[in-house]
Design a protein around this ligand. Structure first.
Ligand code: AMP
Length: 402
């Protein structure tokens, strides 16, 4: 796909009211931001627009206030931290209507190079329905619109899609551009061999990703809970492992597709089993590793086994491009995180371009301290998955073409 969209580099916003849709959906604990990666990721675009001399109006959603003001989901703490990170005041336009009298007054008072942050866009019930009135209100604040929120790019909401209909200029920011460049190049014009690794709980969540990546990659590696539906499709006993019986036929179809296309489809050759799912999830648990075709009927597979971890690490070693989405096992439990850690380590050690689809695999990589060893860690779990499915993201499509 690549990026054929206008970006902030194609415009100069001097003196212009510039509305920037950011992804400030950060985790909060008692009003404190516990992970500020998304704020840091937004800085390059904001700094560029300040340097241009624009009036920079930031907006974002935070959590799920479901269309009404919820004080605990106010963006006020983000304005405070962002001011510190930018080294310049980010004025918070507290306003239960988001674009109400307070916000309008704050924007009116702006001088060139100043920054205002609007309240949580999801305080408005129309936001997630892409309602016309709120889209127009947002647009009324702005001469130019910049979308830098990759995390919501797979949704058509007022603040990332609706608003673009009522402004003349809509471009993407640096973060969005980076996401699309990395994911787009990996999928459309990968340096080969291209290895895709998919894990996580359910096959059903990743049907289109599996099918699309099989066409694009050279080797598709499957781990996590979704592997057991494949193993059952091969005719193996999988005990009480997570299986989606309705998707067995689909898994067979994918294995046939791989064969027909001459692609390698790697499944676990051994698996880490236990008597039951750990409860709580990080509780100590007794495990053993068995070949994948020897899972006892009363045991469940909760991680890839040691030989599989080696097999997958070897496949990564010979790759030039690797895309990874989804853990190899119940990585929340240290005893069942070994497969996920082994894969993360193999990615950290390779010179290949390594791209981590957001969500759990991004969290795992960061927790293990391998974050800076990856070429790109996506900031959007759902959005990066839809990208890997080959879908056009409405938030990207809405920006002006070059
Ligand atoms: P997803 O949200 O689809 O990326 O899946 C992530 C979840 O899958 C994590 O919470 C893991 O604990 C879970 N998971 C990974 N492997 C297994 C497995 N073998 N059985 C059950 N759950 C698993």
């Amino acid at each position: 796909m690549g990026l054929n969209k206008k970006s902030v580099d194609d415009i100069n916003v001097k003196g212009l009211r510039t509305l920037v849709r950011c992804d400030f959906n950060v985790p909060l604990k008692e009003g404190k931001i516990t992970d500020e990666n998304r704020l840091v990721a937004a800085l390059p675009t904001i700094k560029k627009l300040i340097a241009d001399g624009g009036k920079v109006i930031l907006c974002s959603h935070l959590g799920k206030p479901k269309g009404e003001p919820k004080p605990e989901l106010s963006l006020a703490p983000v304005a405070v931290r962002l001011s510190e990170l930018l080294g310049q005041e980010v004025k918070f336009a507290a306003d239960p209507e988001v674009v109400g009298p307070n916000a309008k007054a704050a924007v009116e008072a702006m001088k060139d190079g100043e920054v205002v942050l609007l309240e949580n866009t999801r305080y408005r019930v129309e936001e997630t329905k892409n309602g016309e009135a709120f889209s127009k209100e947002l647009a009324s604040l702005a001469d130019v619109f910049v979308n830098d929120a990759f995390g919501t790019a797979h949704r058509a909401h007022c603040s990332n899609v609706g608003v673009t209909q009522y402004v003349d200029t809509a471009v993407v920011g640096y973060l969005m551009q980076k996401e699309i460049d990395f994911l787009g190049n990996a999928v459309e014009t990968p340096v080969r061999p291209f290895v895709a690794i998919l894990g996580g709980a359910k096959v059903a969540d990743k049907l289109n990703v599996i099918s699309n990546l099989l066409e694009k990659c050279d080797t598709l590696i499957i781990g996590g809970g979704m592997a057991y539906t494949f193993l059952k499709a091969k005719g193996y006993e999988v005990g009480t492992s997570l299986v989606d019986d309705e998707k067995i036929a689909y898994c067979k179809e994918m294995m046939e597709k791989a064969e027909k296309l001459g692609k390698k489809l790697l499944l676990p050759i051994d698996t880490t089993i236990a008597a039951e799912f750990p409860s709580p999830i990080d509780a100590p648990i007794e495990v053993e590793v068995v070949p994948s075709n020897e899972i006892p009927a009363d045991k469940m597979g909760l991680d890839i086994g040691t030989k599989t971890a080696e097999l997958y690490a070897d496949a990564v070693k010979s790759a030039k491009t690797v895309v990874w989405n989804g853990p190899m096992g119940v990585f929340e439990n240290p005893i069942l995180a070994k497969g996920t850690i082994a894969v993360a380590k193999s990615l950290a050690e390779t010179d290949a371009t390594t791209i981590i689809g957001g969500g759990d695999s991004a969290a795992a990589v960061n927790q293990l301290g391998f974050g800076d060893k990856m070429s790109h860690i996506s900031t959007g779990g759902g959005a990066s998955l839809e990208f890997l499915e080959g879908k056009e993201l409405p938030g990207v499509a809405a920006a002006n073409d070059k």
